[in-house]
Design a protein around this ligand. Structure first.
Ligand code: PGA
Length: 256
């Protein structure tokens, strides 16, 4: 039971890792070790090609499937893209939007991210909106302003009901894949700030209801302390989610 009155969501982000041929072993191990109680929601955001086969392998388990990106367009002549409707039809429930790697390597703007967010919501899936500052931005003391601006632009077209269906992930860029985790106090401070921004734009009830995750080098040894922070409602986990044993240990830590 989450005393925070909102869903705790532990989501893996495989990025461009693992192979379809390895899914059976991963799913077998996961099903064996996943804590049975439903204290938190468990999600795996995988490369789109692996979503449907993994969903079949995990049928009957508590794991929901997610992917890491979506087209901002509805359908049509967009070679190489995947639409929200296609993902939804394939059984996908969660979509990461605005991950810092997409912002950095694919030039995604806050405006584009906002459009993707709307597509995901309109298709009845849950977006995981990633926000977070780079190291130079933090060193300059600009982290709050950066995150608030990202939120403001990406959430521009949302009403309170849509906001309540959105998960926000605070992912400081300097902590992603670096082994350098934000301290529990740093994670708490920014997640609280994100909730304050949601309260200012929407209302207190909405702010209380939105799941705000922390992401960036979360692993079995630091997860419990991060997840115990009052405004941290889950994690977005890259590297450690590639190993089903570690991933399950983090799910376990969410109960504490
Ligand atoms: P990491 O990645 O856990 O490997 O730092 C987190 C993420 O990018 O979502």
């Amino acid at each position: 039971m989450n005393p925070k009155y909102r869903k705790t969501v532990i989501a893996g982000n495989w990025k461009m890792n693992l192979l379809p041929s390895g899914l059976k072993d991963y799913a077998g191990e996961l099903k064996l070790r996943l804590p049975k109680d439903r204290a938190c929601e468990v999600v795996l955001c995988v490369p789109a090609i692996m979503a449907a086969p993994l969903l079949r392998l995990l049928r009957g388990s508590r794991v929901s499937l997610g992917v890491q990106d979506v087209s901002a367009e509805a359908s049509g002549a967009y070679t190489g893209e995947i639409s929200a409707a296609q993902l939804r039809d394939a059984g996908v429930k969660y979509v990461i939007v605005g991950h810092s790697e997409r912002r950095a390597y694919h030039g995604e703007t806050d405006e584009l991210i906002g459009r993707k967010l709307q597509r995901v919501l309109a298709s009845g899936m849950t977006p995981i909106l990633c926000v977070g500052e780079t190291l130079p931005q933090r060193d300059a003391g600009a982290e709050t302003e950066v995150v608030r601006t990202q939120l403001k632009l990406a959430l521009a077209g949302l009403d309170a009901a849509a906001m309540r269906k959105t998960v926000v992930a605070y992912e400081p860029v300097w902590a992603i894949g670096t082994g350098r985790t934000a301290s529990p106090a740093q994670a708490q401070e920014m997640c609280r700030e994100i909730r304050a921004a949601i309260r200012e734009k929407f209302d207190a009830r909405t702010a209380r209801a939105v799941t705000v995750q922390y992401g960036g080098s979360m692993n079995p040894s630091n997860a419990a302390e991060l997840l115990a922070q009052p405004d941290v409602d889950g994690g977005l986990i890259g590297g450690a989610s590639l190993d089903p044993v570690k991933f399950c240990q983090i799910v376990e830590a969410a109960k504490l």
